[in-house]
Design a protein around this ligand. Structure first.
Ligand code: SF4
Length: 327
């Protein structure tokens, strides 16, 4: 049984346009289904604003889906803030992009790592400080840094503290949202090394959200590519990155700078469309170099290709192609 399952989730936001007072509906996530087993890493990739973070927040129940349902350990995700959801929180943790924003600047690091143990009543009160100190050692933080405040730490040390704080409750599921993109390149590899080492050691299920395709290719067991709120391709890193089936995935991969590349390759044109003005048919068609007439009117859905490889495109072949009309 999957530890985490998202069944056809969608998330809409409604607001008012300032100029005309009109009500605007933004479909941030549409019909996303995913499963994640213990000990596995799911990489969620795509451009900024494609719905990756919203999907991650919904996975932990931090944000409620407008449609669909989330299951954790086979049980429906309780509503955020309820006692049942609070009880689950020790098993599900989130690591944000900005470690400074995630830490309390007025609290010592050791106190912030101990705090989740107090909140969830884990372990004997007199032993909690030692548990937190061990967690600091596990992430490679020297013990004297426990007495420091966040602003006295480097960016890499702060993110290690955030990881220690997330892991001190021994969660089963970790959602990491761009966990190293705010760090210097030289530090990123160290922090990723700590995260993946502990993920294996603790048999954690991890959703790893990133726009860094190379990084995801090296750590994920499965990859899902998102475009404008939908998954357009999924499969193993080998399938998605070595034999991409969806034109968006191909152009994303071709956009990665390659210093030794001598031939010119297509570069992704234009900005992602405004989610409040979603194109009809395939949402990628205004930017797709291969678009045909059907792409402007008919939404492609994920179709099986080989093994666990799937793509949502009218031009990919499938044993049983399925199409549906635009809503
Ligand atoms: Fe391009 Fe059409 Fe495929 Fe969409 S369905 S990715 S527009 S070819």
């Amino acid at each position: 049984m999957a530890l985490l399952e998202l069944r056809g989730i969608g998330r809409d936001y409604t607001g008012r346009a300032r100029l005309f007072g009109k009500s605007l509906s933004l479909r941030a996530v549409l019909d996303v289904s995913l499963e994640l087993e213990r000990g596995r890493i799911l990489g969620l990739v795509g451009e900024s604003g494609c719905g990756k973070s919203t999907t991650g927040r919904i996975a932990l129940g931090l944000d409620a889906p407008t449609r669909g349902a989330v299951f954790f350990n086979g049980q429906p995700m309780p509503q955020a803030g309820t006692p049942a959801w609070k009880a689950l929180r020790r098993q599900m943790q989130y690591i944000f992009q900005d470690p400074l924003g995630a830490l309390d600047k007025r609290m010592k690091i050791i106190d912030q790592i101990v705090e989740p143990l107090h909140i969830h009543g884990i372990g004997a009160p007199e032993s909690r400080r030692e548990v937190a100190a061990q967690c600091m050692r596990d992430v490679g933080l020297q013990s004297h840094l426990g007495e420091a405040y966040p602003l006295q730490l480097s960016g890499g040390q702060r993110q290690r503290a955030v990881i220690a704080r997330a892991l001190v409750t021994q969660p089963e599921l970790l959602v990491c949202d761009e966990p190293v993109s705010a760090l210097d390149v030289s530090i990123q590899a160290q922090v990723i090394g700590v995260l993946t080492h502990l993920q294996k050691k603790l048999d954690l299920a991890m959703v790893f959200i990133s726009h860094d395709l190379k990084l995801v290719a090296t750590i994920a067991d499965e990859v899902a590519v998102m475009y404008l709120g939908q998954i357009v391709e999924r499969g193993s890193p080998q399938q998605v990155f070595s034999a991409p089936a969806h034109p968006y995935t191909r152009v994303l991969l071709d956009s990665i700078p390659q210093p030794l590349r001598t031939t010119s390759r297509p570069i992704l044109q234009g900005e992602p469309p405004d989610p409040s003005q979603r194109p009809e048919g395939c949402a990628f068609h205004p930017r797709c170099p291969l678009a045909v007439d059907a792409c402007r009117s008919t939404v492609p859905v994920l179709q099986p290709l080989t093994d666990r490889h799937q793509a949502a495109c009218h031009l990919v072949s499938s044993p049983s192609p399925v199409m549906r009309q635009s809503a």
